[in-house]
Design a protein around this ligand. Structure first.
Ligand SMILES: Cc1cc2nc3c(=O)[nH]c(=O)nc-3n(C[C@H](O)[C@H](O)[C@H](O)COP(=O)(O)O)c2cc1C
Length: 147
């Protein structure tokens, strides 16, 4: 069975809403043969990434960058995964109150270093949460793993 790993930092109700919508999409009953594993960024390790067929990342924007928690995740997994996850499909959602540009760029810089492959444009949410778009992101990434 294919495995989708959702790595997220969820420090507020808005982020929780986004996470729940992403999970709901990824676990929709029409998607079969895909196991969805969810890990908080601060508790996710290299073994989780190595065992995953695709990774969906979620973070708030924090001072023009990804959250410290997601950065810690990347610091933890970067070298253990560097040679073994080349081409790993990934997608990203970012939530902020006004500008998520720097946060998106910060993630893309690291995923470029890892040579992961973006399978969707980043979902950039400022202000009110877009549940439908988050659901669609989860569903579309999971659907790509169906055999
Ligand atoms: C320390 C800190 C830094 C932040 N920096 C940014 C930022 O650079 N850009 C932005 O759009 N939002 C920023 N925010 C807002 C968070 O992204 C926002 O709180 C988060 O997405 C959750 O949304 P909510 O507060 O509406 O629940 C920041 C929040 C905190 C606490």
């Amino acid at each position: 069975m294919a495995r989708l790993l959702i790595v997220h930092h969820t420090p507020s109700p808005a982020m929780q809403e986004l996470l729940e919508a992403v999970i709901a999409g990824a676990t929709d009953e029409e998607i079969t043969g895909v196991e969805v594993v969810t890990r908080a960024a601060l508790s996710c390790g290299a073994a989780d990434v190595l065992a995953a067929d695709a990774v969906l990342l979620g973070t708030p924007a924090n001072i023009g960058y990804m959250s410290g928690a997601l950065k810690h995740f990347f610091d933890t997994i970067y070298y253990p995964c560097l040679n073994d996850t080349v081409g790993r499909p990934y997608a990203l959602y970012v939530h902020g109150n006004n500008d998520v540009t720097g946060a998106v760029r910060s993630v893309e810089t690291i995923t470029t270093g890892l040579r992961w492959k973006a399978v969707r444009p980043p979902l950039e949410v400022t202000g009110p949460v877009s549940r439908d778009e988050a659901w669609e992101l989860g569903a579309s990434v999971a659907a790509e793993l169906m055999v």
